[in-house]
Design a protein around this ligand. Sequence first.
Ligand code: NAG
Ligand code: NAG
Ligand code: NAG
Ligand code: NAG
Ligand code: NAG
Ligand code: NAG
Ligand code: NAG
Ligand code: NAG
Length: 595
Amino acid sequence: MRDDRQQKNNKYSAVFHAPFHPTSAPMYIAVLWQLVLGGLLVSVAAATPKRSRRQSGASNVPSQFVTTQNGKFVVNGSALKVVGTNAYWLHALNTDEDIDNTLASIAAVGIKVVRTWAFNDVNVIPQNGTWFQLVANGTTSVNTGPNGLQKLDTVVRLAEKHGILLHMALTNNWNPLPLVDGPDGFTRRDVTKGTNNKFPRNTLSNDYGGMDVYIREFNAPRKHDQFYVNETLINAFKNYTTQIVSRYVNSPAIFAWEIANDPRCNSTLPAASTCTTTTVTNWHSTIAQHVKSVDPNHLVSSGNQGFFCVDCPKLFPSTPTPPTPQVSSAPGTRRRGLPRFLTKARLLQDRTEALKKTRNLQKRSSPPAGGVKVRGRWVATPTRRQDDVGVGSAFDGSQGVDSEDILNIPEIGFGSFQLFPDQVSYGPVDPNLPAFNNTVQTGIDWIKRHAEAGLAAGKPVSLVGFGLVTQANLPFFVPFNTTVGPDQSTSSLSTRQDQQAIGVSDGQRDDAYSQWLNAGLLAGLSSMVQYQWSQGDLTEQDGTVVSSSQTETGVSSTVTGTGVSPNDGYGINGVGQVDAQDTISEASQAFGSDS
Ligand SMILES: *[C@@H]1O[C@H](CO)[C@@H](O)[C@H](O)[C@H]1NC(C)=O
Ligand SMILES: *[C@@H]1O[C@H](CO)[C@@H](O)[C@H](O)[C@H]1NC(C)=O
Ligand SMILES: *[C@@H]1O[C@H](CO)[C@@H](O)[C@H](O)[C@H]1NC(C)=O
Ligand SMILES: *[C@@H]1O[C@H](CO)[C@@H](O)[C@H](O)[C@H]1NC(C)=O
Ligand SMILES: *[C@@H]1O[C@H](CO)[C@@H](O)[C@H](O)[C@H]1NC(C)=O
Ligand SMILES: *[C@@H]1O[C@H](CO)[C@@H](O)[C@H](O)[C@H]1NC(C)=O
Ligand SMILES: *[C@@H]1O[C@H](CO)[C@@H](O)[C@H](O)[C@H]1NC(C)=O
Ligand SMILES: *[C@@H]1O[C@H](CO)[C@@H](O)[C@H](O)[C@H]1NC(C)=O
């Protein structure tokens, strides 16, 4: 504990204060920004933001809605850079007071943005708890009652009260089937105590309905990408978005509408072989236009994981207004003549250079594993050439996502991506680095790539979810595509692509988070949203997101007290909570003073 904390503080001083040794972080950041971006930022604060259509009659009042200008978020006439947290379960809490207390605690540590679910689909009306939309037998109906959209109204109203901006996700890629299907193939998840499906409804982020509910209940062909191509389903989803989005057109608490969490070709329902990046990009364009037509005030973003598709054909090869500020060639800036889109050649070249760098560092201390001495110098023995291993599934479009193409859709206001190294591989293992450092470094590279994609597109970019599973959280870890944690059945989850066992120490988590936050700040990300918040002292009721059975099954045993929010493996609670919140809170200040 103490050691962890010490380590974290050292990390911060190393990261935020070197090499200028200024008296304050903001000063360092100001110097750095001049170096990195040249004149890009100079006029942002003074600039008049683009007025929203709604306000176009008004005179010089800056918009209190979040807009974008020169690749930055702008609100009330000033640039906005923020750190946030995720709380998908906010609307499902049992009382208004619980929602109020949660947002108050979040605001109290200096967090300005919360990403949350603005959907809760059911195919049977539940006895207890919140639900927004019944999707059953080919029809939909929205619940506007006190356990329906009035709960979302409360979230929005209380966010306004606490000065918090909301990323509102409109659906989810993931809604796994129960372990054992019923005769119709689609029995609802069995939450009987003592079964593996132990989680009360809405405990997991993938238990709020989503795309596959529409596919099942409309009896469409059982392919996940029907949601993207079938007119019936597209219209049903448009109908839902209209009702949600139109409800909050005038709320300044909406940061942005996020089209979906992690949209891609596959889910637990497989994709048709015809599903490609083009399919998913086209769908984004359709939905983004629709949302903008209902609500011209707020930004729209994708919510995808940020996968690249190198050398792929683009549907949106350029933005209508190319980024005007030219990146200067001052020392320390990005290379001139950067390709418009990431290419395979560039990716492999960057990887080769990075390997060379760590190998040289390593050589100074010790011979590389399997190395041989040639004319007095250590060189690594030949390994597989990078070309032979390909670019990897985060870069080859195999998930059906081309985040650069999606970012260029005119109605998409800013880029979004996610960082979950326990579930996704972001690059090859560097044999010269310890496993934990690989995890941190591939994350930093991923962050830089997305910041660069944002600069190329002239739009801000937000990391809308990042997290690492700790040892303490390992028993609660449930991947987004399953309903059962690794403690129950899945030994295959014990390692991941970078060959580090899943489950770092609390101190390593905080170290990784601060390094990622710092990398995002330096690279020019506009917002970074940690996954996820934990809240205690909430009202319990059986059959809801906060129920006593949750504590009985040990779901949240690391949290002191009763009435705790769900923990899917990323909740920060127990003994490490204060340190982790400090990490986020300090980064939030650094981002805020960089606006
Ligand atoms: C914008 O200004 C309004 C009015 O002063 C204020 O209530 C609101 O909190 C500001 N928005 C942000 C994001 O700071
Ligand atoms: C859907 O149809 C099935 C079979 O006809 C019926 O049992 C069920 O009650 C219906 N569900 C709803 C929510 O209407
Ligand atoms: C749209 O949603 C409303 C309210 O939920 C519902 O009554 C109506 O049937 C839906 N229309 C279509 C075409 O799905
Ligand atoms: C689209 O889905 C509907 C069910 O909602 C189904 O009847 C129809 O066959 C599907 N269309 C195609 C082209 O698969
Ligand atoms: C998508 O699902 C299919 C069928 O389940 C599987 O064969 C394929 O490997 C999956 N693709 C990806 C990218 O996960
Ligand atoms: C690995 O990471 C740790 C913790 O951040 C750091 O102290 C150490 O210097 C790193 N090692 C290498 C070889 O980069
Ligand atoms: C979930 O995703 C992981 C990583 O892509 C994959 O290995 C695993 O098979 C998937 N599990 C299910 C149940 O789809
Ligand atoms: C719904 O709540 C009531 C009152 O707390 C409780 O008695 C009942 O068991 C709950 N229903 C379910 C399905 O959990």
